[in-house]
Design a protein around this ligand. Structure first.
Ligand code: SAM
Length: 205
């Protein structure tokens, strides 16, 4: 018998509305720690009617995201997945808090600045706590603390007016300044795992 899914919200940010259900198989192809479930990016682009081959998409917390351009911290150039050594292949080495100073890997690591109003979609998927950043990615929180208002402001800055900013997190994050709510996606993950939220916002024109 098919199992009905009901999504119930306890937030007054959004009116009660129709919920649509999508199936996300796992794991992701990359098997990178903390990666999106398989099809998350594909489904998101479909929902937003964005063609990933045409649109400009940015992941300021890049990891091994599949579509668009990835920024990754320049602290480790490799990682291990099930004891297998893997290399990162970001488009930019740098910090999501300052997209004005990135090393463009396909331009011989030239320092470039991402311009205002450039991307159709910016998807932010940071680690959720400093402990998790240390454990999963070996990030020293004193060297690279997460400052939500700063990385969000950078994500909004590089998004085109009318473009989308997506915030993927364990918490339902507040609406970034200069944006309006567009979609709220709730993701039920595996047994004994916390769910995720993806708030999607449009940058005000
Ligand atoms: C949760 S993972 C993203 C996984 C990605 N969505 C995927 O599907 O593979 C977060 C990534 O952001 C990187 N990161 C953490 N802090 C960062 C920062 N300040 N700037 C850029 N990247 C950062 C981590 O090294 C890690 O690769």
């Amino acid at each position: 018998m098919p199992v009905e899914r009901h999504f119930w919200w306890l937030t007054d940010e959004l009116p009660a509305d129709l919920a649509k259900v999508q199936w996300l198989p796992r794991p992701s192809k990359s098997k990178y720690p903390g990666s999106f479930p398989l099809w998350f990016e594909k489904n998101l682009c479909e929902l937003l009617e964005i063609d990933p081959k045409e649109a400009r998409i940015l992941h300021p917390f890049g990891g091994c995201a599949e579509y668009g351009e990835r920024v990754e911290l320049p602290i480790r150039r490799e990682y291990f997945c099930k004891n297998v050594r893997m290399e990162y292949h970001p488009h930019y080495w740098g910090d999501a808090h300052n997209l004005k100073e990135l090393e463009a890997t396909e331009m011989g690591n030239t320092i470039i600045s991402l311009e205002d109003d450039t991307y159709d979609l910016v998807v932010c998927d940071p680690h959720y706590t400093s402990g998790e950043g240390q454990m999963l990615y070996d990030i020293n929180p004193r060297e690279y603390p997460l400052r939500r208002k700063i990385w969000q402001a950078e994500a909004v800055r590089v998004t085109k007016p009318g473009g989308f900013v997506a915030l993927y997190h364990r918490l339902l994050l507040p609406r970034p300044e200069g944006c309006s709510w567009a979609y709220l996606i709730a993701i039920a993950t595996r047994l004994n795992h916390e769910g995720r939220f993806c708030g999607v916002f449009t940058k005000d024109e």
